[in-house]
Design a protein around this ligand. Structure first.
Ligand code: GLY
Length: 408
């Protein structure tokens, strides 16, 4: 089977084999050095935009526009927390107060989102920023923001459906849309229960994960993007896509959110079904005939244009980071396989997808896809690719320095 070939080639690749013995490599160090220079340039590019746009509520960079200018977004954009999150991760690696100050400075402008009831993206926005900050500093002010955000997010939970509503737009099309991406927002809720002892957040997260497990997946463990529910009966009305090739396709980032999300849910619950789902998604990905040899997926596994179809580096980053965590929860044999796959992804991203220093407005990686059907952000650098790339590098480093499996 192809999965064996991919596993084998990942394990046997020179340099990767060293990682499977958990020796620290220079790959992390070299890429963090690159990221330090590049993130300083990103800060300068962002400040240029912020300083010339005093009338608009702009906060953090998201991507590069077709005309080469920087797309900087307001707090309500689902990507507003990733840039501060990358800066926090740089602080985690370097312990240099410069990065802490920069991260803090770019975290607070999105604080108002803790009260915003109009989206499910509060986890993306506030856990990647305030959450990373809280993990590193224990700052109670960050915790207060996170706990308010968890309260606000919980208000989007419908007990009849058993899940959190994702989007409020397209009400004529969807009665109650829940998207696979929403799995990532559950970390905020799990952490809120850990901090407060109030099980309400945990119970909502578990219900959401269970409903997603039941309805979002096909028999081959690929996932639909959008499930539209009936709010009176709680039943599924339609299974669709918004950002994928079509309703029956496997949108690459959606598969990545599922893998990462169920692995993270296993961390908090130790529910075997979540671990099994993360492994099943992994199996789907790495046995898929359309997974390229370098393991950086095409934007959708079912795009008929493959191999003349763009890659999505962001999906690869999310998969790699998820696999490093997953490698900490499985047998030694599987752990070695999953880590080798993640290593191969990180190595290829670092070698072939990196921006040149001082270009691309300071983003780290090129070649991501935002919304292909809408022709928005095609083959661009994007803030969440960088965030999960940094996270993958740090997880790899942690495993290799500890000389043992990752276990958060
Ligand atoms: N909404 C998250 C994504 O585009 O993947």
């Amino acid at each position: 089977m192809k999965i064996k070939n991919i596993f084998l080639s990942a394990i046997l690749l020179p340099g990767v084999f060293a990682c499977t013995t958990f020796k620290s490599t220079n790959l992390v160090k070299e890429n963090i050095n690159f990221a330090q220079t590049q993130l300083k340039y990103a800060i300068a590019c962002t400040d240029t935009v912020l300083n010339s746009n005093k009338n608009h509520k702009l906060t953090n960079p998201r991507s590069v526009e077709k005309d080469g200018s920087l797309r900087v977004v307001g707090p309500h954009d689902w990507c507003s927390g990733f840039f501060p999150g990358s800066l926090w991760q740089m602080y985690a690696y370097t312990h240099d107060d410069y990065w802490k100050d920069q991260a803090n400075k770019r975290t607070w402008p999105i604080e108002e989102m803790k009260m915003y009831k109009g989206t499910h993206d509060l986890g993306f926005i506030l856990y990647s920023s305030f959450g990373k900050g809280y993990e590193l500093t224990d700052n109670k002010d960050y915790k207060d923001v996170l706990l308010q955000a968890a309260k606000t997010l919980s208000m989007r939970f419908n007990p009849t459906v058993g899940a959190i509503r994702s989007w409020d737009f397209n009400r004529d099309k969807w009665q109650y849309p829940v998207i696979i991406d929403n799995m990532l927002n559950l970390e905020l809720l799990f952490r809120a229960t850990q901090e407060t002892g109030d099980s309400i957040y945990y119970n909502i997260a578990v219900s959401h994960a269970n409903v997603t497990l039941k309805n979002h997946f096909r028999n081959d463990y690929s996932s639909y993007h959008v499930i539209n529910y009936d709010t009176i009966t709680g039943k599924v009305l339609t299974k669709e896509t918004a950002q994928g090739y079509n309703n029956a396709s496997a949108w690459a980032r959606g598969q990545a959110w599922g893998l990462y999300g169920f692995t993270m849910c296993y961390r908090f619950t130790k529910e075997p079904a979540y671990l099994a789902q993360a492994e099943n998604i992994t199996h789907f990905l790495f046995t898929n005939p359309n997974m390229p040899e370098d393991l950086i997926p095409y934007w959708d596994f079912n795009d008929p244009a493959i191999p003349n179809s763009p890659r999505d580096a962001s999906a690869a980053c999310i998969i790699a980071s998820g696999l490093y965590e997953l490698s900490g929860y499985v047998s030694p044999k599987k752990s070695t396989e999953y880590k080798a796959l993640a290593d191969k992804i990180v190595k290829n991203l670092s070698k072939h997808y990196r921006a040149k220093v001082g270009t691309s407005k300071g983003f780290l990686l090129l070649h991501s896809i935002g919304n292909y059907p809408k022709k928005d952000e095609i083959d661009v650098p994007i803030s969440y690719a960088d965030y999960f790339y940094m996270e993958a590098l740090l997880r790899k480093d942690k495993i290799e320095k500890a000389g043992k499996l990752y276990n958060k």
